[in-house]
Ligand binder design. Structure first.
Ligand code: NAD
Length: 346
């Protein structure tokens, strides 16, 4: 098992291993002094993994209850958030109790936001079970729910007390969800370069644990340097300007990770055209997509995508912080006038 220490305002560890779910109880016990734990999970993950997690936690002496939400982004909403809060309050959960977020990024963001706000904040543990959640969303303390007006509009920075990523849970993920995680994995390969790029280019499944470890270690470094996304943390938004446009235009039927993959390639195309990304690295990035048979063609026109970016930034913002690829392992944040985005992406 690998341990990555995250030294944010509230420090915590990310444990990454194979078949560690049966030991969740003893791992949590070292960190959480609570008597009661509420496992928040979705219906699919519930049928696969709640039994083993709940049993292990109970063996370690915790009183365990389970709150199951419907799987999917639509559950990251005010009504489900309110329902979990009501359950906690009606059941008498106190500040000494804690939440276990068992599932993908939806469960992690939602349960994390409940933890951040119930009684002004209680402890929570992330047990991510999707590729996207293991390499990205479970680390860094961003929690949120969506509003009708848009995604992640209400949230808090609230670090977990522990993250436990069992890579064997990825074996039950459907192809669509693997593809969803690949966008973020390619993002880390481009940001980190070196071993991370080589591993993703070869096929991350050859060493999933190492791929998760490298991504998390990079995110840890970034989050430690900039916990609240005032500067360098924006690097993690590589591909996201275009991705948000695609997601919004598709009314969120286009998955986030796939949209990020399209967004990264749009940036690579633009930088290669400008001559700032070498042909060698440009074709290497294209190879990454070929390895996974990923389609990176934009599903909407650049004009429409840029219109969404403008609306997102509201009238007063003239500039955007765009993450650009100067080389594999060499990405930077550049301020760009919104009016120039269309010309840049062409
Ligand atoms: N907080 C952050 O920093 C951050 C970063 C990136 C994305 N996000 C958020 O993450 C969310 C997307 O997360 P996601 O892609 O994990 O989606 P998700 O949580 O909806 O999970 C995808 C699907 O996979 C199923 N599933 C989960 N684990 C499984 C397993 N092991 N086997 C079989 N099925 C399984 C779920 O039931 C669901 O149907 C979005 O809401 C996004 O905004 C947050």
């Amino acid at each position: 098992m690998k341990t990555i220490k995250v030294n944010t305002g509230r420090p915590y560890e990310v444990l990454i291993g194979e078949n560690i779910l049966p030991n969740v109880g003893e791992l949590v016990k070292k960190v959480i002094k609570a008597e009661r734990l509420l496992i928040v999970t979705d219906d699919i993950v519930n049928s696969l993994y709640t039994g083993i997690v709940a049993e292990s936690l109970a063996k370690s002496g915790y009183q365990v209850e389970i709150f199951v939400i419907e799987n999917g982004e639509q559950s990251k909403c005010l009504s489900v958030y309110g329902a979990i809060l009501d359950f906690l309050a009606d059941s008498g959960y106190t500040r000494k109790d804690a939440i276990i977020a068992l599932g993908g990024g939806v469960v992690g963001d939602l349960a994390g936001f409940v933890a951040a706000t119930y009684l002004r904040g209680i402890e929570f543990v992330q047990i991510p079970t999707t590729l996207l959640a293991q390499i990205d969303s479970s680390v860094g303390g961003k929690t949120a729910i969506d509003l009708e007006a848009g995604k992640n509009l209400v949230g808090a920075f609230w670090q977990p007390s522990l993250v436990i990523a069992d890579v064997l849970t990825l074996n039950t993920l459907p192809c669509k969800e693997i593809e969803n995680g690949l966008g973020e994995l390619i993002k880390y390969a481009c940001l980190i370069g070196g071993e991370a790029y080589e591993l993703v280019a070869k096929g991350y499944q050859k060493d999933t644990l190492r791929a998760v470890e490298l991504s998390v270690a990079y995110k840890r470094d970034i989050v430690e340097a900039d916990e609240r996304e005032g500067g360098v943390r924006r690097l993690l938004n590589l591909g996201h300007t275009v991705a948000h446009g695609i997601e919004k235009l598709s009314s969120y039927t286009f998955t986030h990770g796939k949209a990020v993959a399209c967004g990264i390639m749009a940036i690579a195309n633009a930088e290669h055209r400008k001559g700032t990304l070498s042909s060698e690295d440009y074709y290497k990035i294209k190879e990454l997509y070929a390895t996974y048979n990923l389609d990176y063609s934009l599903p909407y026109s650049i004009k429409d995508i840029c219109e969404v970016a403008k609306v997102d930034k509201k009238a007063e913002a003239k500039d955007i912080n765009l993450v650009v690829i100067k080389g594999i392992g060499n990405c930077t944040i550049e301020k760009m006038e919104l009016s120039k985005l269309k010309e840049y992406l062409k």
